[in-house]
Design a protein around this ligand. Structure first.
Ligand code: C2E
Ligand code: CA
Ligand code: CA
Length: 661
């Protein structure tokens, strides 16, 4: 296609094409006129020449008559009876010296009334027996004559000498109209052809101009709006917030961050991720009733600007909580039931920022606070939050640094068989401290490590260290590690586990991985297939923190699991008479056993809780009562105590058997 720089040039091309088409048509008309003239001349000459032959053959002593003598009887008879032949409607005869001798429609023999011969365009030139015929064609004849005629001047040669001149007038009205029809037809065809040659390219140019204009409009739109959601983009958002700021109008800015967008993208695929973003955009617009500016700043970050005074104002508190409420609802996307949630940070132009940068930083700080306080929350900015924000930044820096320096540590918490009281193994728990030695709770730094994309590296380190430690323990003892949902993202967890356990030299059935319900809630094939592959290696899979969250029974039957770990919040209330914790624990233990799952109870802190759990028939117990998480160095003493206990038990059996004998 032709590529034109602008519309002006397109119009210039169109004008040029119209001009050249017109020129082409005029040219073809001129050529056709010349062609007709030539055809008429040729035909007139042929007719005149055949009449000349006929005349000479049909008369006697024509040269004498032309020279001035009276005509013979035969010549007179011919001339009198042949005033015209076919389209030859008139002829004149002249003597060799140019005197008019005869005019056919006058029948006036010998009278010299018509003057001298005048050859057309040949004044002063010699007219001899060798002269070529002269032809003069007229297209607008006299009133009494034909419309189109040719006068043909022919030398009359008798006996090798020029005897005179014949001027034959041929009526060519019909011939001209016949040829004109043919030429018109040709012209029409040429016109049609020129339409093909010029008009279609012309249409193509117009179409090109139209497409170009549409593309320009699209590009202009894309520069300001997000192509996926149709919301304004970051650049347009900056323009709007500057306008609002300059207008001195009181307004609120909300920053919105989706809580589990990454997981949806990773586990459901980008198609579902895109659908989710579109649906979020629709809900945000609906919440603000079309009177706010809603923008997608990038990824899963959105922003909303709205007035808080005047006719089209909104209440920032209500808007923020409505957003959280809306994003907490289920999304039904491409056959999937997806639940995410969103966090909102709000700042107000009058109080929270002297500049646009300050205002946006305040909203961002509030958003951080919302995410830190458990997500799916709306938080309005408070000056004290700046400290929290700085603290988070410090933690992020420290985490990045700790991953680089491998400055993490593992503690091990013992897990015991509930009935025998023997040591079953240990759960590996991640530890990190500030440079001054102050510990940082995993519940505080792990979600941030997940946000920062560091958890895969950290998780890999945990498996490696835990397996290395377990290699030093007796062969019947297991080690459990906690796995984050994001570790399933790449799809290579089974290979990774296999490699790390093999490299450490640990038997695969001595490793147990603990997952939380959140991972299973994704219910994706990607997670299930990885769990199956891990389990097929002999590794045990435990569902952690059961009894909190949804505690969906369907997970227990659908997923490849070996163990259930009842959460410490349920254990805490076990001995409280008014609570139903005991009944619930009993039901879960019974259910676990029906499904062939071993049940571990976490958070056992008192002898009373321990006694109840033994009575309920749980398989393993874990908690401060039996042992707190401890550095690897202290594990040896716990194992030694357990071995001594087993030894004593074995001795007692042996002694009882001996006494019985
Ligand atoms: P979790 O997997 O449920 O781990 C058990 C938590 O309960 C540990 O907290 C442990 O110290 C604590 N605990 C054990 N016995 C008792 C008790 O009798 N009473 C009370 N009140 N607490 C008890 P910790 O070490 O602070 O870990 C917190 C959470 O951090 C863990 O919960 C786990 O979800 C996560 N976490 C720890 N290490 C890792 C890790 O290596 N990777 C991942 N992804 N998460 C980890
Ligand atoms: Ca755990
Ligand atoms: Ca747990």
């Amino acid at each position: 296609m032709i590529n034109l720089p602008d519309r002006r040039e397109a119009w210039l091309s169109i004008a040029l094409m119209v001009f050249s088409t017109t020129l082409f048509m005029l040219g073809s008309m001129t050529v056709s006129h010349i062609a007709i003239k030539q055809i008429l001349a040729k035909e007139a000459r042929e007719q005149a020449e055949s009449f000349r032959t006929y005349l000479i053959a049909s008369t006697d002593a024509l040269n004498d008559f032309l020279a001035g003598k009276p005509p013979t009887t035969r010549t007179t008879s011919f001339l009198a009876n042949t005033p015209r032949v076919g389209s030859l409607y008139r002829y004149k005869l002249y003597s060799a010296d140019g005197q008019a001798r005869f005019v056919s429609d006058e029948l006036d023999f010998g009278a010299v009334t018509y003057g001298m011969l005048e050859l057309p365009g040949k004044k002063g030139t010699a007219w001899t027996e060798q002269s070529e015929p002269l032809i003069e064609t007229r297209f607008a004849g006299k009133l009494d004559g034909p419309e189109v005629f040719s006068a043909v001047y022919l030398p009359l040669v008798i006996g090798d000498a020029l005897a005179g001149t014949l001027v034959a007038f041929i009526d060519q009205t019909d011939t001209r109209s016949h040829h004109s029809d043919q030429i018109r037809e040709v012209c029409l065809k040429i016109g049609g052809l020129s339409a093909l040659v010029f008009v279609f390219p012309l249409l193509a140019v117009l179409w090109q101009v139209r497409l170009r204009r549409q593309a320009d409009q699209r590009i202009a739109h894309m520069a300001r709006f997000d192509s996926l959601t149709g919301l304004m983009n970051r650049a347009e958002f900056s323009v709007r917030i500057e306008q609002l700021f300059a207008s001195d109008e009181a307004f609120a800015v909300h920053l919105v961050d989706l809580d589990k967008f990454k997981e949806v993208n990773d586990f459901r695929g980008h198609g579902v991720g895109d659908l989710l973003l579109r649906e979020v955009a629709t809900r945000l617009k609906a919440v603000t009733g079309g009177i706010a500016h809603v923008a997608r700043l990038g990824g899963d970050e959105f922003a909303i600007l709205h007035a808080i005074r005047g006719a089209s104002s909104l209440d920032p508190g209500i808007i923020a909580s409505d957003i959280v409420e809306q994003l907490g609802q289920h999304f039904y996307l491409d056959g999937y039931d997806v639940q995410i949630g969103g966090s909102v940070g709000t700042a107000l132009s009058m109080t929270d920022g002297a500049t646009i940068e300050d205002l946006l930083r305040a909203a961002d700080t509030a958003l951080y606070a919302a995410k830190n306080s458990g997500r799916s929350r709306a938080v309005a900015f408070l000056p004290a939050m700046n400290e929290a924000r700085l603290a988070r930044l410090a933690l992020e820096t420290h985490l990045r640094d700790s991953v680089a320096r491998k400055a993490f540590n593992l503690h091990f918490q013992p897990i015991y068989f509930a009935s025998s009281g023997h040591l079953e193994g240990f759960e590996a728990l991640l530890r990190l401290s500030w440079p001054d030695g102050k510990p940082i709770a995993p519940i505080e730094f792990i979600p941030i490590a997940e946000d920062m994309g560091l958890i895969e590296d950290i998780g890999q380190w945990v498996i490696k260290e835990a397996c290395a430690a377990a290699c030093q323990w007796p062969g019947h003892m297991k080690v459990s590690v906690n796995i984050s949902a994001l570790q399933f993202r790449n799809g290579n967890l089974p290979e990774l586990v296999s490699t790390l356990v093999s490299e450490a030299g640990l038997a695969k059935d001595r490793l147990c991985i603990e997952l939380t319900e959140g991972i299973l809630m994704e219910n994706s094939e990607k997670v299930i297939s990885q769990l199956r592959a891990i389990r097929s290696q002999g590794v045990t899979i435990a569902l952690d923190d059961f009894g909190t969250g949804y505690s969906s029974l369907s997970y227990l039957s659908c997923f490849p699991l070996d163990r259930l770990k009842i959460d410490k919040s349920l254990t805490h209330d076990l001995a409280t008479p008014a609570s139903k914790a005991r009944e619930i624990a009993k039901a879960i233990i019974g259910l676990g056993h029906v499904l062939n799952l071993a049940v571990t109870v976490e958070g056992v802190e008192t002898l009373e809780q321990h006694a109840i759990l033994q009575q309920l028939g749980c398989d393993h117990v874990q908690g401060y009562l039996m042992g707190r998480p401890m550095p690897v160095i202290d594990v040896a003493a716990v194992i030694a105590r357990d071995l001594a206990k087993r030894m004593n038990a074995a001795c007692a059996i042996f002694e009882r058997a001996a006494a019985a004998e």
